[in-house]
Design a protein around this ligand. Sequence first.
Ligand SMILES: [Zn+2]
Length: 203
Amino acid sequence: MASTGPSEGATGGPLDKEDIHMQWMQCAMDMAEEALAAQEVPVGCVFVRDGRIIARARNRTNQLRNATRHAELEAIDEILANRELTPTVTEYPLSETTLYVTVEPCIMCASALRQMGIKEVFYGCGNDRFGGCGSVLGVNSALPHPKHPGYRATGGYMREDAIMILRRFYITENTNAPVPKSKANRVLKTDIPSRLSPKPQAA
Ligand SMILES: [Zn+2]
């Protein structure tokens, strides 16, 4: 996987595909940082169509006290409500749209993305507890669906950054938790087990 900066390729030439994925993922990471600053679980995403970001969002579950307000669904709401982005009601409004999200979409979001006909998904780290693109369930493609085609989801883009920002969140007091637990004695772990990446979940 390429690890060059977002502005130009390693040789200063035009961006290759991997550089472009990293560039969009950095934008998703910026949204995760915004979530962290707002004391939300730091997950961010951008939706890209025709080479430009059409929506960006982050978790708002604490702010709205609604466990379904994940970054992906926030952005999808915005896209569907926008008459320029979604001029007509179609079966698969995201068929020309790619998602970049810092954490593997959960089962709920992975299913919503399939129903919306998302073109492809790139994510940072896996989601061992809730992941819907292979970690817990292969909602994106492995699970058969009588109607909706599957989509490809590939992880490993800025994976370590995605893990570290989650750790930075969970190491602090979560004052919005129903029963706040003291985490005063916790230390920030910086070791990250390696994993083959990117991890494709091919259709
Ligand atoms: Zn989700």
